[in-house]
Design a protein around this ligand. Structure first.
Ligand SMILES: Cc1ncc(COP(=O)(O)O)c(C=O)c1O
Length: 379
């Protein structure tokens, strides 16, 4: 049952692991009260994952925890009690280095590269065509990793990385699952629980609405399952936000046959982290059964979100939010500001009693594009 994997009990163990990491610190949970007043809602909270481990995104939480679990299993260590040092000692004694492999559109690969450094392992990171050099370079700088940019899209690059892993006996550490490959992605999803536990530890009010961005849906599903377990019948209503160019959850819900559907599009999107056309098999049933609303949006929505975070109202804090990080705020802003969307606001019960929770999942992971967007250069 999903609730067993993504509950407070599971989160405790995950958090205990992350707290072993030298530069661990809970990321800020910020209140945007001036923005809330301007939207006519009670409050807006933003969990700022741009500050996570110096990686500018939440993703390292998942890659590091999964690597920890894989290595505990390999060395027959109990994850409840094993330390990073226990693992490093055993890695050192190995005759062959331990190789991990993954496909990424940026942030997950950076997390895996960084995690490989934590455990003295090595990572091979495959990226889809169109990857900007800044993202590849950030992965090389994060840890011991080689980066290969393919000529394929994200979904085909995942399949390619899987084939390369089998050929070389490298360990595939992928942040999406499919039939027969679910244990490691589930550990990755559990890794994200540290972020949600930090939120529920700190938040004094129960949010009424939770806006989550989805690529393959792993992050959103882990958060939603945990929130449902933690808040029970008071769980916030969840809004899943995707780019129009890769709206696989939107399309799957629309198909209304209970099954996950892949989408393919010739359109591109600047929301690189969300540009995934196939739902994660572990995430799909969780979101299908527990998320209430699905929004697919164009790039200008996230650009609006990025600028809203960058130029706050009154005393609200400045938040640096990248293309995938700001999609949810941008989508919400469109819903709140557009006069013609009154019915949608009513249906979603977005009103003066609403407490909205967002996760800024990344900072300026493509700094040049970030600057262009917030200063509206070339836009
Ligand atoms: C910044 C950012 N936000 C959100 C996501 C979406 O996570 P998931 O693919 O688990 O849906 C990603 C995925 O890479 C990401 O990089």
């Amino acid at each position: 049952m999903a609730s067993d994997h993504f509950n407070s009990q599971a989160a405790k163990q995950v958090c205990a692991f992350h707290k072993q990491i030298r530069n661990y610190a809970a990321t800020p949970l910020l209140s945007l009260s001036a923005l809330a007043a301007s939207w006519g809602v009670k409050d807006i909270f933003v969990k700022d994952e741009a500050k996570r481990f110096g990686l500018k995104a939440f993703k390292g939480l998942g890659g590091s925890y999964a690597m920890f679990r894989i290595l505990c299993e390999r060395f027959l260590l109990d994850p409840e009690t094993a330390s990073i040092d226990d693992i490093k000692k055993r890695v050192k004694r190995m005759k062959q280095p331990l190789d991990f492999i993954t496909c990424t559109d940026g942030n997950h690969g950076k997390g895996v590269s960084w995690a490989a450094g934590l455990f003295d392992c090595w990572a091979h990171i495959f990226m889809p065509a169109g990857t900007v050099e800044a993202r590849a370079e950030a992965i090389r700088n994060a840890g011991p990793a080689e980066v290969i940019i393919t000529e394929m899209n994200y979904d085909d690059t995942v399949r390619y990385a899987k084939a390369v892993s089998e050929k070389n006996s490298w360990i595939l550490i992928q942040d999406t699952s499919w039939e027969g490959y679910e244990t490691i992605p589930t550990w990755i999803m559990q890794g994200y629980l540290t972020m949600v536990q930090e939120i529920t530890d700190e938040l004094k009010t129960i949010p009424t609405h939770l806006f989550l961005q989805a690529g393959v849906g792993s992050m959103a599903a882990a958060v939603v399952a945990y929130m449902a377990d933690y808040y029970g019948k008071n769980k916030p209503e969840t809004v899943i936000v995707e780019p129009e160019a890769a709206g696989c959850f939107y399309a799957s819900i629309k198909a209304d046959d209970g099954k996950a559907h892949s989408v393919e599009s010739n359109e591109s999107t600047i929301m690189a982290g969300l540009n995934c056309g196939t739902p994660c098999s572990v995430a799909w049933p969780i979101l299908r059964d527990q998320a209430e609303y699905y929004v697919s949006c164009k790039d200008h929505a996230t650009e609006t979100g990025m600028r809203t975070y960058a130029y706050p109202l009154a005393d609200d804090p400045v938040i640096v939010s990248g293309e995938s990080g700001a999609a949810t705020l941008g989508a919400a802003q469109t819903i709140m500001a557009d006069k013609e969307l009154e019915d949608i606001r009513k249906m979603m019960r977005l009103n003066e009693d609403s407490v909205l929770l967002f996760i800024n999942t990344e900072g300026d992971t493509d700094p040049e594009n970030y600057q262009n967007i917030i200063t509206e250069k070339n836009y």
